[in-house]
Design a protein. Structure first.
Length: 341
């Protein structure tokens, strides 16, 4: 069997672990050949690929990013890929394509599968918002980075009697903010799933200062938004990939709090530092298991599906189930977090 693999969308700790696992299982377990398309679906369309052998993946388990490169694909080019799906399989001599990516990548994978290209997907996103899987690799690393940042910011916030607003990733799902906020002991968490009122945050800060606690740390997801009419904050434009360009809720909220409280408030935007660097042990193991099971699914002819973690087991689920809706933070998880503020 000849297997094609690609990584698409935003980079994520653990991508190289999946690639390594696919190559090891395919070559040593089945005697397959593996090729890697460069820069995601763009490489598939442009014919840019290279052979992946054991030497090519040596030493990449602990590396962040992706040795294959990644990119996002405009809708017009995605449609072009779908129209030529069967030709791609013939041109490259691949028996199956294993795309590794998030909701956008898995949507493209579903379209290519429907168009006749054998596909086995592997879910990836630090946001942990893919339906049908309990966890995605990269999330544990991102939460660890954000938690360490909150831990470090507490000491400087206390030293200068400041309010620190820590903005983490999470466009439509607040899992990183929820878990890093809880783990780091943030004094408030703002999620996309539940609009916040700046007045409530001001009351929290004032109550802390009244008790002699001269600082506060607020963890806010990038997609969090204020309740209608509670503060001036508008929606951003839509980019060429269909994603909203957020206006910077961390900076806007820090400015609003400083104005209302008369106390110094500083935004800290973690941004892409959450994506980079060495993946945690948990993410390396999960990514490795996903790669192993993707190869096994390919040999069973289990196409049009993706790997998923259910409890401690890896199962295969239809790609359609993964992209029907995002996995957002349920209300009861928010209630749990609020109980320790």
């Amino acid at each position: 069997m000849r297997i094609g693999v690609l990584t698409a969308g935003g980079d994520c700790p653990g991508l190289n672990a999946v690639i390594r696992s696919v190559v090891h299982r395919a070559l040593t377990g089945h005697g397959d050949e593996v090729i890697g398309f460069e820069d995601g679906f763009a490489g598939l369309l442009d014919g840019r690929f290279r052979k992946l052998d054991l030497e090519a993946v040596s030493g990449i388990l602990a590396r962040g990013g992706t040795i294959l490169g990644s990119s996002r694909l405009e809708r017009a080019r995605l449609q072009e890929a779908c129209e030529n799906a069967k030709d791609h399989s013939k041109d490259y001599g691949i028996d199956v394509l294993i795309p590794i990516g998030g909701e956008g990548t898995l949507t493209a994978a579903r379209m290519l599968s429907d168009a006749g290209l054998p596909v086995v997907g592997v879910p990836k996103t630090i946001d942990n918002d893919i339906s049908s899987t309990d966890r995605t690799f990269g999330f544990d690393t991102a939460v660890g980075v954000a938690t360490e940042a909150i831990d470090r910011l507490k000491t400087t916030a206390e030293s200068h009697q400041r309010v620190m607003v820590v903005e983490v990733m999470g466009r439509h799902a607040g899992w990183i903010a929820l878990e890093s906020g809880m783990a780091g002991g943030a004094h408030a968490i703002c999620l996309p799933e539940r609009p916040f009122d700046p007045a409530d945050l001001c009351a929290m800060v004032e109550e802390r200062f009244a008790r002699g606690k001269k600082f506060a740390v607020i963890c806010v997801a990038e997609g969090a938004h204020p309740a209608p009419g509670s503060m001036d904050y508008g929606k951003g434009a839509i980019d060429q990939f269909g994603h909203e360009r957020f206006q910077g809720i961390g900076t806007a909220l820090a400015r609003e709090l400083e104005h209302r409280l008369g106390k110094e408030a500083r935004p800290v935007i973690l941004g892409h530092v959450q994506r980079g660097g060495t993946p945690t042990a948990y993410d390396r193991v999960l990514a490795t298991r996903f790669g192993w099971h993707a190869v096994e699914a390919a040999h069973r002819g289990d196409f049009g599906r993706m790997t998923a973690l259910r409890g401690t087991d890896i199962t295969m689920v239809p790609l359609a189930d993964a992209i029907t809706e995002l996995k957002t933070v349920p209300g009861w998880r928010m209630d749990e977090a609020e109980s320790v503020f």
